[in-house]
Design a protein around this ligand. Structure first.
Ligand SMILES: [Zn+2]
Ligand SMILES: [Zn+2]
Length: 571
């Protein structure tokens, strides 16, 4: 891409002139910081570490070039430096030294102050940091970083902790946004010093959202299109303005987008592994919304905004819409049950002795489902400390106890045959619903034979299923298993059952009551369609979480004319 095309040639004088000419065509678009390339070409036979000297030089160059660049390119900032005349003079004398050592007049910045020189401490990349810290055998190289100037009007520098120092493109205040960088991997550290790699490469890394921010010319990524829908939705729900409540809006927007994708990838909210990341993100977003006065379930609504916005690029989101919404709702139901009580408990603990002990933090986690970062955030707002180490110790202690308990509890072995068969029977409900969803409404059950090991299932359909179709049915069933949804039974008349969309043979007598089994959420609280609804005699499990394992279709073949047969297992 063109950023690279124009920066790479800076490695030699001729190419630099060429780049300069090209740059005039695009000047005004980017602020580019020159890499430290020409400075680190060293004789390879050195007895002392050559980088001690180089780094000192770089530091001199660094401060000198900054000061001078600032006065040409950013007179507003330079003006504030005039008060410090000693610093200014000193920098100027250093700048003179640096002119002789650099191939270009870097102290002024190249391209009318659009390209800046920084030393190895800023513009060198290796896994270990600066050249001096690199072990023998490690590759590294200079880099160039590309910045976008958000402008002085935001007063980011004046509001930052660097306000008493001059501002410059690589300042930490945030006025200049690094939107990408190139690492020129061309050196390897050897016992004799640095040598050129035989295979060199340019490694470009860019921030997509930062580039969107620069392109849209807005002052933060939450004002770009990718977040606009979410921010608007939160404003609607909270009746508050983003501009006045940035922190909580940003937590919600960022965390719920991440959680939406995590769930879509199968990391459902839970207490362990990946699931706990999802849980923490959602819970922190719920607490942030609570701060904004949103006391009703809302995560699903934000997830929907994200699904609608990203589904074209990530079609999986549309396919998993149901499970994403369900998981969000479920997690929010769980946490809202304890949130208010937990907050009250926290208030008590905080006012008691102005700190939160490890045990107290663990109690908030254990009893009220507060992830540590929520406790930390609450404590931070009150300016009181949390004993994090104590929390971790309590956590480990508890883990050990529960491991021992579950080892004892499961000594009896696997669920017995009858239980297994009941589980697999319940799975056939899900499988039939999946088949009807994937292949069409014309699919009906034509027979079944279930043992504690496998399902054999016949259904009406007249073509061989494709691999994709089988996979889609498996995914549907596995989603339902992982969603930990309840299996509920309701007695109703056949007419009512039909109206409720129940699948089943309707060869019952008119007026007769039938049992309808629903696998999914109660519609009243979630508004979501169930995974399955079927007329059946039972027995069934109570919740899909009782089934441990993954549903798999082992075989799909013809049984007789217009009838297919599936053999499937949960393993
Ligand atoms: Zn600054
Ligand atoms: Zn059944």
């Amino acid at each position: 891409m063109y950023l690279q095309r124009h920066i790479v040639p800076l490695l030699d004088q001729h190419a630099f002139k060429e780049a300069q000419r090209k740059f005039e065509l695009v000047s005004g678009f980017l602020d580019i910081e020159a890499h430290a390339g020409p400075e680190i070409e060293l004789p390879s036979e050195q007895t002392t570490d050559p980088f001690d000297e180089l780094m000192q030089e770089a530091r001199v160059l660094d401060s000198a070039s900054r000061t001078n660049n600032i006065s040409t390119q950013y007179p507003d900032v330079a003006a504030s430096m005039e008060e410090n005349e000693v610093h200014q003079e000193c920098a100027e004398s250093q700048a003179r030294i640096s002119v002789n050592k650099t191939p270009f007049e870097m102290h002024k910045g190249m391209q009318d102050g659009r390209i800046f020189y920084y030393g190895v401490e800023k513009n060198w990349w290796s896994r270990s940091g600066t050249p001096k810290n690199m072990p023998v055998g490690e590759p590294g190289g200079p880099d160039s970083e590309i910045f976008w100037d958000l402008g002085k009007n935001l007063k980011r520098h004046e509001k930052s902790k660097w306000k008493n120092h001059p501002c410059h493109p690589n300042c930490g205040c945030g006025r200049f946004l690094e939107i990408g960088n190139n690492v020129f991997m061309e050196y390897i550290k050897t016992k004799r010093g640095f040598e050129k790699l035989r295979q060199k490469n340019v490694d470009y890394g860019g921030g997509l959202e930062r580039q969107a921010e620069a392109t849209a010319n807005v002052s933060d990524i939450f004002l770009t299109d990718a977040f606009a829908g979410t921010i608007k939705k939160i404003e609607e729900l909270s009746k508050k303005k983003y501009a006045e409540n940035k922190k909580f809006f940003q937590i919600i927007a960022d965390h719920l987008r991440a959680a939406t994708f995590l769930i879509s990838d199968g990391a459902y909210p839970s207490n362990k592994d990946q699931g706990y990341f999802t849980r923490r993100l959602i819970r922190r977003a719920i607490r942030s919304a609570y701060k904004l006065g949103v006391k009703e379930n809302y995560c699903r609504k934000i997830a929907e905004v994200n699904i609608n916005y990203f589904q074209k690029t990530y079609p999986d989101l549309a396919k998993k819409r149901n499970v994403i919404m369900t998981e969000m709702e479920k997690e929010e139901n769980r946490f809202r049950k304890t949130l208010e009580k937990g907050l009250k408990k926290f208030e008590q603990l905080a006012s008691k002795d102005k700190n939160i002990t490890g045990e107290e933090a663990f109690n908030l986690y254990q009893t009220y489902g507060f992830p540590l970062e929520i406790t930390k955030e609450l404590a931070y707002e009150k300016n009181i400390p949390v004993d994090e180490k104590g929390f971790q110790n309590e956590f480990k202690k508890h883990q050990k106890l529960s491991r021992m308990a579950s080892a004892g509890k499961f000594k009896g072995g696997l669920a017995d045959t009858k239980e297994k068969t009941t589980q697999l029977h319940t799975v056939t409900h899900l499988m039939l619903a999946g088949l009807r969803k994937v292949l069409g409404e014309e699919v009906h059950q034509r027979g079944a034979n279930i043992t504690d090991k496998r399902i054999r299932f016949d259904f009406s359909y007249n073509k061989k299923m494709t691999e994709e179709q089988k996979k889609a049915v498996e995914d549907f069933v596995n989603e339902a298993l992982r969603a930990h949804v309840s299996v509920t039974m309701e007695e109703m008349t056949l007419k009512e059952a039909r109206k409720a969309g129940a699948e089943g043979e309707f060869s019952y007598k008119y007026g007769e009551k039938v049992k309808v089994y629903t696998i999914g959420y109660p519609e009243t609280s979630s508004g979501l369609a169930p995974f399955s609804r079927e007329i059946c005699g039972g027995p069934h499990i109570k919740n899909t979480k009782e089934i441990k394992g993954i549903f798999k279709i082992k075989k799909e073949q013809s049984s007789s004319a217009g009838i297919r047969r599936i053999k499937a297992v949960v393993e």
